[in-house]
Design a protein around this ligand. Sequence first.
Ligand code: PLP
Ligand code: COI
Length: 360
Amino acid sequence: MTTPTIELKPSSHPLPHAQREAILASPGFGRHFTDHMVTIRWTEGRGWHDAELVPYAPLSIDPANMTLHYAQTIFEGLKAYRQPDGSVATFRPEANAERFQASARRLAMPELPVETFIAAVDALVSQDKEWVPSQGEQSLYLRPFMFATEVGLGVKPANEYLFMVIASPAGAYFPGGVKPVSVWLSEEYVRAAPGGTGAAKAGGNYAASLVAQAQAIEHGCDQVVWLDAIERRWIEEMGGMNLYFVYGDRIVTPELTGSLLPGITRASLLRIAADLGYEVGEGRISVDDWKNGNADGSLTEVFACGTAAVITPVGSVKSTRADWTVGDGRSGEVTMKLRKALLDIQTGQSPDTHGWMHPL
Ligand code: PLP
Ligand code: COI
């Protein structure tokens, strides 16, 4: 099966320069979209076809589109950063392409070739490169996604899909910049169970999470932290981020259980922390480990990590059992050091020794 090529087109309807600059001055997260989008279709028997870079525009969808009913939809999130010489590079797009294939397999969807995923992202970023902000840690957030387009109400894998990439300039994910978030341990609701779709980046996982996130907010917290589905004892991950626990010079992140998302930031930090000389690894951390480590002072910092929010300190915890402050409740030294090391690679301030940056 051949891979479709995507032709760049002259910008057909760019937003006027002044309006774009006003957006880039304070982009927020996921509120504004660039001038173009990529669309690639898949049809059973024909494979991937009709790759296009077109002006950003609404889609027209049949009311019986299967995705609207049965949620056969997956997505990715990655970022393009402005480099010191003015060029643009994306961070680890192959890793996102591979995770997208894994998500597709779990949702019984066709796998987009890695090179097509990267070509689609490259095409959109090249076309809309004026939209890549140049201030500090700002970036262009890229959202590749795929959904079923077959029309019908039978429950089965669809025979037609649409893959798309859209882009949105991004400032800080949490308004207020880097400040510790408070978290609510979800004991009533779980995000994912063994054998479920937790390791896939599937729309339904996020729909299922919203009621617990609302509960976190009702309890005065910023974010929900998920526990394992069986014992409600082991820490899995946060709303849209993985977690790391810092014990002085030793750093541990919850192991991949099959029900949490294998984050690309998480994987990158396992390497960066080792580069910086920390003892780093994956393990099981229970709610009691968190509470007791805090009480005896061995647990010094906790932070969350993900593409959208980079690295965010966790300052306090609430649950039905107990509430506690993490460390001194402020942004920890290790957290901020790792945050800087990661962002320096992404923004080209330090050498890309792992070959993670993909220049356009
Ligand atoms: N966990 C969940 C549920 C997420 O949505 C994300 C965001 O993508 C992450 C973890 C972090 O993954 P990544 O570092 O690949 O962005
Ligand atoms: C990301 O970090 O890319 C995410 O997908 C988190 C959230 C916006 C869903």
